[in-house]
Design a binder for this molecule. Structure first.
Ligand SMILES: [Fe+2]
Ligand SMILES: [Fe+2]
Length: 193
C-alpha cells in the first residue's frame, strides 16, 4: 500500500484545533479497518441487520425479474404488444436493482443471497403467473405496491446510520413508484378499449 500524499501544513481552525490532526486521525482509522472495505468506524448501522434487509430486497427484485419475464413471454392478445414490451422493460429495471443491491451487500462485507432455496420466502413480493393480460398487470401492480411499502420501511430504518444504502434504496423506490404508475395506466388503457 502506498503512503497517502502529504497534506498541506495545518492551519488552526476555530477553537485552535489543528485541521491536520483530524485528517490524520481519519486516515488512521480508515487504515485500521482496511479489511472491512466500505465499513469504516464511522458506520453507525447494525451491519448484520442491514445486510439481512438488503438480501430481502434482493430476493424481492429477483422474484420481480422472474415474474415480469414470465409475463413478457406469456402476454397474448390484441393489446399485448405494448404491454409485453413494458413487462420486459420492468424486468430489466428490476435486474439492475438486484445488481445494485448485491453490489452494496458486498461493499458492506456481506454475501448476496442468490440461492433459489427459500427465494420466494425471502422476497416481500410474490410470484403470481396470472391468466389474462389484465391479471398479469394487476399482479404486477400488487407486487410493486408491496415493494414500495417495504422499501419505505427499509429506508426509514436506515435513516442517518447508513446514508449510502438509504440513497440506493430511495433511488430504487422512485423507480418502483414509476413502475406502479405505468401499470395503473396500462390497466386504465385496457379498460377503455
Ligand atoms: Fe426493482
Ligand atoms: Fe418495479
Amino acid at each position: 500500500m502506498s503512503s497517502a500524499p502529504q497534506a498541506a501544513p495545518a492551519k488552526p481552525q476555530g477553537g485552535g484545533h489543528p485541521f491536520l490532526s483530524d485528517i490524520k486521525e481519519l486516515r488512521r482509522r480508515a487504515r485500521e479497518h482496511i479489511s472491512q472495505g466500505a465499513v469504516t468506524p464511522g458506520y453507525h448501522a447494525d451491519r448484520e441487520t442491514v445486510v439481512k434487509l438488503l438480501n430481502e430486497a434482493l430476493a424481492t427484485e429477483i422474484v420481480c425479474v422472474l415474474r415480469y419475464k414470465r409475463h413478457h413471454f406469456m402476454a397474448k392478445g390484441i393489446h399485448a404488444e405494448g404491454v409485453a414490451a413494458e413487462f420486459l422493460e420492468h424486468a430489466q429495471d428490476e435486474q439492475q436493482h438486484a445488481d445494485q443491491i448485491a453490489g452494496r451487500i458486498t461493499q458492506l462485507g456481506g454475501e448476496p443471497d442468490f440461492s433459489p432455496d427459500g427465494l420466494a420466502t425471502r422476497s416481500h413480493a410474490e410470484y403470481v403467473e396470472g391468466d389474462t393480460l389484465e391479471d398479469m398487470i394487476k399482479e404486477d401492480l400488487v407486487a410493486e405496491r408491496i415493494a414500495i411499502d417495504s422499501y419505505k420501511e427499509i429506508i426509514l430504518y436506515l435513516g442517518e446510520n447508513d446514508p449510502t444504502s438509504r440513497r440506493l434504496m430511495e433511488e430504487i423506490l422512485a423507480k418502483e413508484e414509476e413502475h406502479a404508475d405505468d401499470l395503473a395506466n396500462l390497466l386504465e388503457d385496457l379498460g377503455h378499449r
